[in-house]
Write a new protein. Structure first.
Length: 304
């Protein structure tokens, strides 16, 4: 077994002038890993080495995060649309020779995975998404409890330059406030990994990129999601969704019902943790991932 995700070889590719950074390791069927906010591909450090015993693991930094590029945002937020981020991920997989693959994704990365599976049906074999409901459903069903728990969703989409200026004034404080303000505080995060999250948050342009990501989710991403609904398109791939029983997503939304509105084969359950499943409950996640990605294709909707 590879001792550490830090030991996986790094790679960098370029797509339309934007650097896509990541690591690759292991052998077997390809498995794409996509992280959430405000983190990097290192969220997978407790699960990637075990997954690499069965799969070729490709862990990518989303644009605007980690050591990937930080393109300037545009008026329509196209640069940070999940459609563009999905194209980055697809380019990374094709760079390594993978045309069809599984996807394991958390938080923002899971929103990218949703768009990847919708836009590139032939590329995605199946998906395991962590602690999200569909973006459009979450906005349309916002309650006071959700708004209080996910305050950053509404802070980051405010007009520039105020959100950017506040984040850039103390990026470490921002990271620690967002991550430490949830169920388990900062305890789940390994010091060397938290230090990497903080380093990357301080890279110039990060604050602007983070805001671009969330502004896209509140604008152009919703346009794309509504177009799918209007056309009657549902995700065809087997989809399993896990959420933290102590997190806001499971408390505020009927996760499985919302996913069944936009995907044909859905199953899932809560895990005994909060939002940061890969770092709070790596053992439970590994058991789920190994079963889901190695089982024969079946009607996943029959599973609890």
């Amino acid at each position: 077994m590879t001792a550490s995700l830090f030991d996986f070889p790094r790679f960098d590719i370029e797509r339309n002038g934007v650097r896509v950074h990541g690591r690759i390791g292991g052998r077997g069927a390809p498995l794409l890993l996509l992280h959430g906010h405000p983190q990097t591909h290192l969220i997978w450090h407790r699960v990637a080495p075990v997954l690499a015993e069965r799969f070729t693991v490709v862990a990518v930094d989303l644009r605007g995060y980690g050591d990937s590029g930080r393109p300037a945002d545009d008026a329509g937020h196209v640069a940070y649309s999940k459609r563009e981020m999905a194209r980055d991920a697809l380019a990374a997989m094709r760079h390594h020779g993978f045309e069809r693959f599984g996807v394991l994704a958390h938080d923002r990365g899971a929103r990218v995975a949703h768009r990847l599976a919708a836009d590139h049906v032939a590329a995605v074999d199946r998906m395991l998404l962590l602690d999200i409901a569909p973006t459009l459903s979450m906005y349309e069903n916002t309650t006071e409890a959700f708004a209080r728990a996910y305050w950053h969703w509404f802070f980051l989409i405010q007009p520039p330059p105020l959100p950017e200026a506040l984040i850039a004034s103390d990026p470490v404080r921002y990271v620690r406030s967002v991550m430490g303000g949830r169920h388990a505080g900062l305890a789940p995060f390994a010091p060397e990994v938290l230090a990497e999250y903080e380093r990357c948050a301080a890279i110039p342009g990060t604050a602007e990129s983070i805001c671009g990501d969330y502004r896209a989710s509140a604008t152009i991403d919703l346009v794309h999601d509504r177009a799918d609904i209007a056309a009657g398109r549902k995700l065809a791939q087997p989809l399993r969704v896990l959420w933290g029983e102590h997190g806001a997503v499971g408390r505020c939304f009927d996760v499985l019902s919302l996913w069944r509105e936009c995907a044909a084969q859905v199953s899932g359950r809560a895990l005994p943790c909060g939002h940061y499943i890969p770092e709070e409950a790596p053992g439970e996640l590994l058991a789920e991932a190994l079963q889901f990605f190695t089982s024969p294709l079946q009607q996943e909707g029959t599973r609890p």
